[in-house]
Design a binder for this molecule. Structure first.
Ligand code: HEC
Length: 187
């Protein structure tokens, strides 16, 4: 075979490989055990979206708690291209109690882990999961039904991109602005 013919064969097999990869579900995305979402144990190695202190759905904790939000890296790469979350996105909200040192606060013991997942297997494409916190942190958990905890209502009404609070994730917010994917009422 002439060199350019070999190059053409290599190029077309590479294209086939890439096409096959694009069709496969993301390997770092949500994992299920029957209908339960398995709690990811490696999210500290994922893409960090943002942190917040003292943001709470109900009565404020005293001292305030930290929230940190992570997303699976392949979904973040896709978000950088499109400003939207692809199918197979899993966002983790980790809540930690705060400790104090001098005038400052630092993240201390784990308080809870929640997940927000975009997956076509769910009726409206998204689902919430609550793994709880120590001492009863769950290994896997079923999806919360639509009216539990007001999750769906608050996120749908107030979140900046789809049902996610991108207004509090600075780098992702910049991308959403550039791609024009912010929900109405957000800028
Ligand atoms: C009153 C409004 C409100 C309710 C109710 C609510 N959330 Fe949220 N949620 C937020 C806000 C605000 C954020 C941004 C991060 C933060 O402040 O902790 C957020 C962020 C999240 C995230 C990070 C990913 C994302 O979507 O941005 C998860 C996961 C999450 N919430 C899960 C839940 C679950 C599970 C429930 C129901 C049990 C729930 N939330 C109920 C307001 C709410």
């Amino acid at each position: 075979m002439k060199p350019h013919a070999i190059a053409a064969v290599l190029a077309s097999s590479l294209a086939l490989t890439l096409a096959a990869q694009a069709q496969q579900p993301t390997s770092d995305g949500p994992r299920y055990q029957s209908e339960n979402l398995v709690r990811p144990t490696d999210y500290a190695t994922w893409t960090f979206l943002g942190s917040m202190i003292g943001m709470t759905y109900g009565a404020p904790a005293n001292p305030p708690q930290f929230g940190s939000v992570y997303v699976n890296p392949s979904s973040y790469r896709s978000f950088m291209q499109t400003g939207k979350w692809p199918n197979g996105t899993i966002l983790i909200l980790e809540t930690r109690n705060s400790g104090t040192e001098g005038p400052g606060r630092f993240q201390d013991t784990l308080a809870g882990i929640e997940a927000h997942v975009k997956d076509l297997r769910f009726p409206d494409g998204w689902a919430f999961f609550n793994f709880g916190g120590p001492p009863t942190l769950k290994e896997s958990t079923a999806r919360l039904s639509a009216n539990v905890g007001g999750c769906v209502e608050c996120h749908t009404k107030n979140a900046a991109v789809e049902r996610t609070f991108v207004q509090f994730y600075p780098a992702a917010l910049e991308i959403a602005r550039q791609k024009g994917t912010l929900n109405a009422g957000h800028k």
